[in-house]
Design a protein around this ligand. Structure first.
Ligand code: GDP
Ligand code: MG
Length: 437
């Protein structure tokens, strides 16, 4: 599938220290093929690759990331943008009830999604009313009633002898008298788009003026879903999309193309037949799900947020000149700890999570180290050699630790410095530079 292809491609880049233009080109070629194979709209793919290429070649440099990670970040950013960037919420009317109308082809999942959405809103403290507006399929009304019963959510119906417009209007009056603050209207679909259906929907739209018209489309139909969305968007006008059956869509093409083609955001996704299987759509989460690198990506984000590039440079200089002190050590420790609990951070590093499954990071030990260094004078932090027996006792007392703890820290620090000195000897130029032709 798309995810595994992209993951394999990006994995090749991930740990590279240096990327040539050729590396990037061939990776993007693979990304392009994977997207096309996933049934993503051709124009969308072309645009996408162009943007990624421009950014990758445009030397977007983040000191704390390897070039491979940077390309992954760019691909992730652009995928997120492709799907709309930010999460798109329902518009809730300041004057209740908020009227939501679901439209779409037969079998897309309208009735199921109506019930799911009602459940979703009820959980958020709303009092929804479901309105049975599909009068053509005999079982449709019953289906909605059964779902409503199961959720303990009221369903308004007038059988199949009245027009969908009259049913919708009556449903809204009912909601007003009943104190329901959201009305969800289920409508009839057809196997294909036809004028009769569209006219009926237009008539409901102009008579009830919904706050949200949500188009329900089946992700498994791939490009067809995108074409349907384009058509509905142009003929009826829609506010957003519920993309159903994403649980069965291995390719992901519709999810990726629909916003770019129609300009309308996916607001919810259906992830199964069960009534709790409806999720708000988060472009960024979807993107990391596709890239399968949620972990790497959040690591990158955390690194961006908490590591100051300037400081990193200063530190590197100190290490080079062998001036690294306990004070720097403390600062480093604090910076890393700012990123979050250490076991989580280690778990996010590719390949590490498996190996460290059983390793418990001792946060208390880190607390002790911080406390010990905090109990030292500036002079002691800069020149640990001066820390004699009585100083050690004082530091242990001040930090609420044992003298052995102080000894251990000093010994570890000495070893670390020795190691840094050796490393310095081995690699003359410290920093890896990113280079694109
Ligand atoms: P409608 O004709 O548009 O009202 O479609 P229905 O709501 O009756 O749904 C048609 C079929 O799709 C039903 O069997 C649903 O259980 C199924 N369905 C709806 N949404 C999802 C989903 O997100 N995932 C899966 N796997 N099935 C779904
Ligand atoms: Mg239905």
């Amino acid at each position: 599938g798309l995810a595994s292809k992209l993951q394999a491609t990006l994995k090749k880049l991930r740990n590279k220290g240096k990327l040539s233009g050729k590396d990037v080109k061939s990776a993007l070629k693979e990304v392009k093929l994977a997207l096309l194979e996933a049934d993503v709209n051709y124009k969308v793919v072309k645009q996408f690759i162009k943007r990624v290429q421009e950014r990758a070649v445009g030397h977007e440099v983040m000191e704390s990331l390897t070039p491979g990670q940077q390309v992954i970040k760019i691909v992730n950013d652009e995928l997120t943008e492709l799907m709309g960037g930010n999460k798109s919420d329902l518009s809730i009317s300041s004057k209740p009830p908020t009227i939501i109308m679901l439209v779409g082809l037969q079998g897309a999942g309208k009735t199921t999604s109506a019930a799911k959405l009602a459940r979703f809103l009820k959980k958020k403290g709303k009092k929804p009313l479901l309105v049975a507006g599909d009068i053509y399929r005999p079982a449709a009304i019953k289906q909605l009633q059964v779902l409503g019963d199961r959720l303990d959510i009221p369903v308004f119906s007038m059988g199949d002898k009245n027009s969908p417009v009259d049913i919708s209007k009556a449903g809204i009056s009912k909601a007003e008298s009943n104190g329901n603050d959201v009305v969800i209207i289920d409508t009839a679909g057809r196997l294909h788009i036809d004028e009769e259906m569209m006219d009926e929907l237009k008539s409901i739209k102009s008579n009830v003026r919904p706050h949200e018209i949500l188009l329900v489309v089946d992700a498994m139909t791939g490009q067809d879903a995108v074409n349907v969305a384009e058509n509905f968007s142009e003929s009826l006008g829609i506010d957003g999309i519920i993309l159903t059956k994403l649980d069965g869509d291995a390719r992901g093409g519709a999810a990726l193309s629909i916003k770019a083609v129609t300009g309308k955001p996916i607001k919810f996704v259906g992830m199964g037949e069960k009534l709790d299987a409806l999720e708000s759509f988060h472009p960024d989460r979807m993107s990391s799900r596709i890239l399968g690198m949620g972990d790497v990506l959040s690591l990158i984000e955390k690194a961006e947020a908490s590591i100051d590039a300037k400081k990193a440079e200063e530190l590197e200089k100190k290490i080079r000149q062998n001036e690294f002190s306990l004070e720097d050590f403390l600062e480093q420790l604090q910076q890393v700890r700012n990123m979050g609990p250490l076991d989580q951070i280690l778990g996010m590093i590719p390949g590490v999570s498996g190996q460290l499954k059983n390793l418990q990071v001792d946060e208390k030990q880190l607390d002790r180290i911080e406390a010990i260094i905090n109990s030292m004078t500036i002079e002691e932090r800069k020149n640990p050699e001066i820390i004699n027996g009585s100083r050690r006792r004082r530091i242990a007392r001040g930090s609420g630790t044992k003298i052995q703890d102080v000894n251990r820290l000093l010994k570890q620090f000495k070893q670390t410095k020795k190691m840094m000195k050796q490393l310095n000897g081995m690699q003359k130029s410290g920093r890896k530079k990113m280079r694109f032709p």
